[in-house]
Design a protein around this ligand. Structure first.
Ligand code: ATP
Length: 367
């Protein structure tokens, strides 16, 4: 039996509540599923820690994240905790953690589960695509840098490298190979989302993307400008399978995607490198909800399902792979049944009640 050690960072705002809820589910799975062995080391990191100590991510915590088999993070940041230059402490911490773990590709599924609220009147053949966000370069490469000239001019620089773009594009095609294609006709398709008509850096991103596409002739490849893609995501989201894009575009379009399929409370993410994996919901710390036990924990729980899938795939561990599938299925069943849901999804259940219900559904499915 393989044992996996998970570095757990509950963070700020609703982060600890969503993490506790996720632990209710994972701990029950470890107790009930023979051969599933997860242990956790929990660490303080983030904005509140910065307020108290001047550090967001102490060296010992970073070392433990690097040594662990996976990192499970809930949400980091508080709007009133800022660096002297006015920027929030969360991005610098996250950029540092991502660089240290070398997690180059962020996977953000945009999947409409039956029963989840959808803002679209027509949902056609369904919504099931993935935003792949280049996670180490792009506009975020400037985080903590940039320049300010007097009080008049400020710049941030977009960084696009052949290596980074090749890595993320290759990741996108390999993910498409594992998926069932786009909902409209089942065709596998990877779409490069850029602004190649304006920026040299993004014309280069597109050029490298199509170089990589040549290695995957069985998968259809195309490219769309980011402004047009924002429209298509709302008008015909079922025509897409895997989208790959620069870091900041991915940050923005994945929130738009979450908005299509029930909101940020249902938006998980997996940040993957060649060695490490970092799993966290797409949402932030929603400070106005913190401490009330009303936040939706499903994005964190679905991120944990992605963690199990990644660990199982990496270690050739069927128990872990099946646990990931079962966890996603339990969330899907909860949404389909519709009687236990947090206020963001129109319900009255608490964060804890949702977690307990997911754990009960898992136990029911296994019995
Ligand atoms: P960040 O910039 O740190 O990603 P953000 O600006 O995207 O943060 P969030 O904190 O993610 O902001 O949330 C925006 C709003 O979405 C919240 O104020 C809240 O209303 C809603 N929201 C986000 N996550 C959840 C959740 N898990 N449960 C319920 N509502 C949520």
């Amino acid at each position: 039996m393989t044992s996996y050690r998970i570095a757990q960072l509950p963070g700020d705002g609703i982060g600890p509540e969503c993490m506790n809820a996720t632990r209710i589910v994972l701990d029950r799975m470890v107790a009930d599923i023979p051969g599933l062995d997860l242990t956790f080391t929990s660490h303080h990191a983030g904005a509140q820690l910065y307020r108290e100590t001047g550090e967001t991510l102490p060296a010992a915590v970073l070392e433990d994240c690097i040594a662990a088999d996976a990192v499970l993070l809930s949400a980091i940041g508080l709007p009133d905790v800022r660096h002297p230059d006015g920027t929030e402490v969360q991005p610098t911490m996250m950029v540092g953690l991502r660089r240290a773990l070398n997690v180059h590709s962020a996977v953000r599924p945009v999947k409409l589960y039956p029963g989840a609220p959808c803002v679209l009147k027509e949902i056609g053949p369904g919504i099931d695509f993935v935003v792949i966000r280049e996670n180490l370069e792009g506009r975020f490469a400037s985080s903590g840098g940039g320049s300010k000239v007097g009080n008049e001019v400020a710049t941030d620089t977009m960084v696009v490298t052949r290596k980074g773009t090749t890595q993320v594009s290759d990741f996108a095609f390999r993910l498409s190979q594992r998926r069932n294609g786009r909902p409209s006709d089942g065709n596998k398709m990877v779409t490069c989302v850029d602004k190649a008509n304006v920026f040299r850096s993004l014309a280069f991103f597109r050029e490298v993307f199509f170089d990589v596409a040549k290695s995957y002739p069985e998968i259809h490849s195309d490219a769309v400008y980011v402004d047009a893609m924002s429209l298509y995501m709302v008008q015909n989201p079922w025509d897409f399978d895997v989208l790959v894009m620069e870091n900041q575009f991915g940050d923005i379009l994945s929130d738009l995607g979450a908005g299509l399929v029930g909101g940020l409370g249902l938006g998980p993410s997996a940040e993957i490198g060649d060695v490490h994996g970092l799993f966290q919901p797409s949402h932030g710390t929603a400070p106005q909800l913190a401490g009330k036990n009303v936040a939706n924990p499903l994005a964190t729980i679905l991120s944990a399902a992605m963690m199990l899938d990644w660990l199982g795939d990496k270690h050739n561990d069927n128990v872990c792979l099946e646990a990931g599938v079962a966890l996603e299925a339990a969330v899907a069943e909860l949404l389909r049944a519709g009687d236990v849901r947090t206020p963001d999804l129109g319900g009255t259940s608490s964060t804890t009640e949702v977690a307990e219900a997911v754990a009960d559904l898992l136990a029911l499915a296994a019995s």
